[in-house]
Design a protein around this ligand. Structure first.
Ligand code: NAG
Ligand code: NAG
Ligand code: NAG
Ligand code: NAG
Ligand code: NAG
Ligand code: NAG
Ligand code: NAG
Ligand code: NAG
Ligand code: NAG
Ligand code: NAG
Ligand code: NAG
Length: 732
């Protein structure tokens, strides 16, 4: 065949392949919109949300906060409470914690200390609710009406996941009202379009209100802030401060100021009473349609995008999100009746992760929905914890893995690179923690409960937990697998080196046994151990070994010499503790621990030895399998929550028990509500987003496989399940 013809034929064949591939593409839009949430009444516990990852707007059934004041939150909205009387910032600066013996090394940890200073350090800075916007209804003769949701009829609300558009329709006094709410994508605000004949007769307006926020409340869920403490914060209104900004409200809480800028169609705005922070907005055109856009921020914006601009940026950003990253279709090709619910969880989790957890910083457990994680010890915790205070609002670096690692496997690099750069940003504080505060010879020790400056809150668990330490090695390695370039290697080099250096510093050479030990003092994953006598927890030993493997590979790729201490410690680490025929949680636990409530009520990290982690050096796969099955049978499953279930599913997938993997992902205690919010379950408030992140991680693993897995969708049962995946990457 002449070369020209051959080329033509090749082109034709390529075209065929392309067309076939195109035909075979998943109809993503059909699957996404099939799970558009709808409501006909407000939930009393969870909002329907729009947002952009740094900003989220939680709405009731009116598409605003008319009847339920769900929060408007951001990654940048933080404030400090006033210092307790008599206390100065120098006291905080001088606070030195306690000294504990670490095998002859005197290490200073930040816990114990004078109250109320310690509690202030834990509660601050805290994250604020930026405000509330709702409808105001007027009678025919112009009087403001006090309505309840029950005064509305024919309520129908729908969230279009494909475009991020919330549409809320209802009827009041015989007149229809239609409200569209969208979130801006490159700035932080919402566009609201109201259509109703009631606007023509000047019977509809809006209120905007501002709450007091502080770090004192025990739970800030489902609502955040209080609306009654008007005298201890201020708001001021400025009319038409700049072109296109019709009005601006400056909200000051102690020393922090948050700015709300209002634009769109013309309106009048006035403060209800000088003694509160509620403002009333009355549209002036009486045209039957009112477009209103708002921005929130720390600075005055030059201008405010129109509702139309916000709407098209929302559509573009969401279409791109759904179209250009990973996708899994478990429902089209499946006959198993459970596939529909699993697909619903996947789609809604993808949506909520992008709204709540796609920001510049690692997210808090409840994302931008509320301040849900408790600020003091919940009653079900063992009494030994009761003296301590846990915290709120900040982010927990050990949970960052569950919140964010899925972005790598779903190829959402634009999102992940924002928050995973936190390791680079926090490196100086982590080095100071390791070497200055704690006196280790080398490396960086990653904190646990962190604020945006990298400061870790005081507390025993905060200071003594260690499983957050290897996480950056995972983030780095997945990034290198996606972008195997010298730039990636250099970018992470300092983080990788300092992470592994501290891991090597922390491992202690026990001359009587000739091995490197982890701890004491330390807390293991489940946090249910006594920190000062815990030695060699199984999961952390495996994680340390694997972490060194990743760090060593990194340095080898750079063509440089691997620090000797890393391989020495990796080779010399204690063997995994073992009892009878299974691994055990840590070394000094009695062999009967499987039936002791002390050990079987919290995160079952033992199943992570082969599931979450791939097989690590020295792991006996037979013993790991018996351990996994023993956990399934012996652990107090009724006390588990959130990411425990995907963790269990991954353990099932690795050992080929795919049916069991599905059962774990759909376990009755692992719930997602009508809008996809991960229900906290027995232990924590709703939402608990590590549940959503870990679900997506497990799904990617089960659908795309892991290093060494065979065949398509190796984590799903063959019978009844037809799985199609696009654009995913394998798990290690
Ligand atoms: C409202 O929605 C719920 C749950 O989706 C449904 O059971 C109920 O019938 C609906 N009520 C009305 C009046 O449509
Ligand atoms: C809160 O106070 C701490 C300690 O003084 C300070 O580092 C931080 O910047 C403050 N944060 C805010 C939001 O004011
Ligand atoms: C803080 O420490 C400095 C230096 O040790 C000391 O001079 C100062 O008095 C301390 N301040 C307080 C409030 O204790
Ligand atoms: C440990 O170091 C702290 C702070 O430097 C010091 O106050 C303490 O006395 C030391 N403890 C021991 C046992 O050396
Ligand atoms: C709102 O509902 C309440 C309770 O059903 C009723 O008493 C009231 O008249 C209603 N208000 C209006 C303006 O319809
Ligand atoms: C806010 O108001 C509540 C209820 O009136 C009150 O209990 C609380 O002490 C106030 N908080 C502050 C900081 O004033
Ligand atoms: C807006 O304010 C102007 C000037 O005070 C007033 O004349 C007008 O009636 C107001 N319009 C509405 C809809 O409140
Ligand atoms: C050395 O290891 C043994 C066995 O694990 C342990 O009992 C002992 O406490 C360790 N020594 C020290 C000083 O920690
Ligand atoms: C271990 O810690 C507990 C609680 O802080 C303390 O009561 C106990 O004395 C410590 N034991 C040792 C051996 O340090
Ligand atoms: C050890 O294993 C044997 C056989 O599997 C079993 O019968 C026995 O109860 C186990 N002992 C403990 C302490 O778990
Ligand atoms: C298992 O968990 C349940 C639910 O939290 C709890 O009520 C029960 O006491 C636990 N059982 C054991 C043996 O600890």
């Amino acid at each position: 065949m002449p070369p020209g013809r051959l080329m033509l034929l090749l082109h034709f064949l390529l075209l065929l392949v392309f067309v076939a591939a195109k035909d075979a593409r998943i109809n993503r839009r059909a699957i996404v919109t099939r799970y558009n949430p709808t409501r006909n009444a407000s939930s009393l516990t969870t909002p329907m949300q729009v947002g952009n990852g740094n900003f989220a707007f939680g709405a009731d059934v009116t598409g605003l906060q008319t009847f339920q004041r769900f929060a408007i939150m951001s990654t940048w909205g933080w404030k400090n409470d006033s210092l307790p009387p008599g206390m100065t910032s120098e006291d905080i600066y001088n606070y030195s914690g306690v000294s504990l013996d670490n095998h002859g090394r005197n290490v200073t940890y930040m816990f114990n200390g004078p109250q109320p200073m310690l509690q202030w350090m834990i509660s601050n800075p805290n994250r604020v609710n930026l405000g509330a916007i709702g409808l105001v209804f007027y009678s025919e003769d112009g009087k403001e009406l006090q309505l309840a949701e029950s005064n509305l009829t024919e309520i129908k609300q729908e969230l279009d996941l494909w475009t991020g558009t919330m549409t809320s329709r209802f009827v009041f006094d015989g007149f229809p009202i239609n409200i569209q709410t969208v979130s801006a994508q490159t700035v932080d605000g919402v566009g609201i379009t109201i259509k109703s004949p009631l606007l023509r007769s000047n019977r509809l307006g809006l209120f905007i209100d501002f709450p007091w926020n502080d770090g004192s409340s025990k739970f800030s869920d489902p609502f955040v802030g209080t609306w009654t403490n008007a005298s201890i914060h201020t708001t001021t209104l400025e009319i038409a401060p700049r072109k296109s900004v019709h009005a601006e409200i400056y909200h000051t809480l102690v020393a922090s100021q948050f700015i709300t800028s209002l634009g769109g169609d013309n309106f009048n705005i006035s403060r209800n009473l000088p003694s509160d922070h509620r403002y009333t907005i009355r549209p002036t055109s009486h045209s039957g349609s009112f477009s209103f856009s708002t921005l929130w921020g720390l600075q005055r914006p030059r201008s405010i995008p129109s509702v139309g601009d916000m709407s098209s940026s929302s559509t573009q950003a969401w279409e791109a999100f759904w179209s250009n990253s990973g996708f899994v279709d478990v429902v089209t090709g499946s006959t198993d009746p459970r596939a529909d619910e699993l697909q619903r969880r996947i789609i809604l989790s993808r949506y909520l992760m992008r709204v709540n957890e796609a920001g510049d910083y690692p997210p808090q457990e409840s994302g931008l929905v509320n301040n849900g994680w408790v600020s003091s010890c919940p009653p079900f915790f063992p009494s030994k914890f009761q003296a301590k205070v846990i915290s709120t609002r900040k982010f927990h670096l050990e949970m960052f893995f569950w919140h964010a690692q899925h972005w790598a496997l779903w190829n959402n690099w634009d999102i992940l690179l924002e928050s995973s750069s936190v390791y680079d940003r926090f490196l100086p504080t982590a080095i100071a923690r390791a070497q200055v505060q704690q006196g280790w010879p080398a490396g960086a020790r990653w904190g646990k409960m962190s604020d945006p400056s990298g400061r870790s809150a005081p507390g025993q668990i905060n200071e003594l937990l260690i499983w957050q330490q290897p996480h950056p090695l995972f983030f780095a390695t997945y990034e290198y697998r996606a972008f195997p370039t010298p730039t990636t290697l250099r970018k992470w080099e300092a983080v990788v080196r300092n992470t592994a250096d501290w891991m090597a510093s922390f491992a202690w050479f026990n001359t009587s046994t000739g091995v490197y030990d982890l701890g004491p003092p330390m807390y293991q994953v489940a946090e249910d151990n006594v920190f000062n006598n815990t030695l060699n927890p199984a999961f952390e030993l495996a994680q340390w070994r694997f972490g060194f493997t990743l760090a060593e590979a990194w340095i080898q790729r750079l063509g440089e010499e691997v620090p000797g201490s890393w391989s020495t410690v990796r080779e010399g680490l204690a063997k995994l503790p073992i009892t009878n025929d299974t691994y055990k949680v840590y070394e000094d636990v009695e062999d009967e621990f499987w039936s002791d409530p002390t050990y079987i009520n919290d995160h079952p990290a033992l199943v992570g030895l082969h599931g979450w982690l791939p097989p690590t050096q020295g792991l006996d796969l037979g013993i790991a399998k018996l351990t996994t099955e023993k956990v399934w049978a012996a652990w107090n499953i009724s006390n588990l929550w959130g990411w425990d279930f995907p963790l269990l599913a991954m353990s099932a997938a690795r050992i080929g028990q795919q049916e069991q993997a599905i059962e774990w992902l759909l376990h009755p205690l692992f719930e997602f509500d009508d809008v996809g919010m991960p229900v906290g379950g027995v232990r924590v408030p709703t939402p608990y987003f590590p549940g959503s992140g870990s679900l997506l991680l497990a799904i990617a693993m089960m659908a795309e496989g892991w290093d060494g897995s065979e065949g398509p969708a190796p984590g799903f049962p063959g019978k009844g399940w037809g799985i199609r995946a696009e654009g995913l990457s394998k798990m290690m």
